[in-house]
Ligand binder design. Structure first.
Ligand code: PEP
Ligand code: MG
Length: 325
């Protein structure tokens, strides 16, 4: 099967009717970059940096992080590389931080919430990122943003660290895009406000689905509620994409949905700019997109968005994809 897609390693990510998208990869460790490049990734759409903090006894130093980010950026060259700041909490624990147990960890003190409180941890990461920025095409993204205040505070801390580095005479890239994940319903619902202040948005469907349907993404008992094609999810995704575009910003997706065969045509029709997925999904997605006509799919959008259940959307799409082949 991999041989079948080999021709797509060096191919452009382009639909049958000539619409360009970006097919990027998700990574957790610097060494994962090789696999993204071997699979023809146009960029990194999500570097989950928490893996640098896990399976160890203490926080990674600024120097250690700098080396990790520099390695990734150098390997990617001019290809866009979106690094997400620490997203710890929820299912991802750091025993050495001795965080208090919580009743509802997924609704608790995690990710940007923790970083804005434990600023020393956050600032160390931001410094490492800023120092590494001169080695490639860095974009920084904040996870679990629920309010504009959080996004502004995170940006302000980044700005402060940048100023400090300037005054120390350390070089920092002058064009680092700053974006955020849209993975909490509140963020999707006010994506128009966020899009004025962010350089890009990246939709995190893994959490967006969990929070929108109130169904723990780790709990098998409620996995039937984990519905990427639920009309509520499609509407939130559309809101985020439209809000980004109305403000001249690009919009990506780095949740599992971005690599889904049925979701891809819908996302293409909605105008998603960047699809970020596991390395092993990139070539299949590129082949799939090369067979799809964006303009044709757009003619089905109103119908798709008017359907009432996840099942109806899936059935409609399966039929549509079969008749096209
Ligand atoms: C997401 O929530 O969709 C996402 C990409 O982030 P993670 O899976 O790391 O929570
Ligand atoms: Mg998430």
């Amino acid at each position: 099967e991999s041989a079948m897609f080999q021709q797509f390693v060096t191919a452009e990510s382009i639909s049958a009717d000539g619409h360009h998208v970006e097919l990027a990869g998700n990574i957790g460790k610097p060494e994962d970059v090789d696999n993204i490049l071997a699979n023809g990734g146009d960029g990194i759409g999500l570097f989950r940096t928490e893996f640098l903090y896990m399976d160890r006894q203490e926080l990674p130093s600024e120097e250690e992080q700098f080396t990790a980010y520099k390695t990734v950026l150098e390997k990617m060259g001019q290809k866009p590389t979106v690094v997400r700041t620490l997203d710890i909490g929820g299912d991802k624990e750091l025993p050495y931080l001795k965080l208090e147990p919580e009743m509802n960890p997924f609704l608790g003190h995690r990710a940007i919430r923790l970083c804005l409180e434990q600023q020393d941890i956050f600032r160390t990461q931001l410094r490492a990122l800023l120092r590494a920025s001169v080695y490639g095409n860095l974009k920084i993204m904040f996870p679990m943003i629920a309010t504009l205040d959080e996004f502004r505070k995170a940006k302000a801390l980044l700005e402060e660290e940048k100023e400090k580095l300037f005054s120390e005479g350390i070089e920092v890239s002058s064009d680092i895009e700053i974006g955020m994940m849209v993975e909490i319903p509140s963020a999707a619902l006010i994506a128009d406000l966020f899009a004025k202040e962010a350089d890009f948005l990246s939709i995190g469907t893994n959490d967006l689905i969990q929070y929108t349907l109130a169904a723990d993404r780790m709990n098998e008992k409620v996995s039937y509620l984990y519905q990427p094609f639920h009309p509520a999810i499609l509407r939130l995704v559309k809101m985020a994409i439209d809000a980004g575009h109305a403000n001249g910003k690009w919009v990506g997706m780095c949740g599992e949905m971005a690599g889904d065969e049925i979701a891809i045509p819908i996302l293409l029709a909605l105008g998603l700019d960047e699809f970020s997925m596991s390395a092993s999904s990139i070539l299949r997605a590129r082949a799939h997109i090369s067979d799809l006509s964006k303009v044709e799919l757009m003619q089905h959008l109103d119908k798709i968005l008017s359907l009432s259940t996840s099942m109806e959307v899936e059935q409609y799409m399966k039929k549509l994809l079969n008749t096209n082949n």
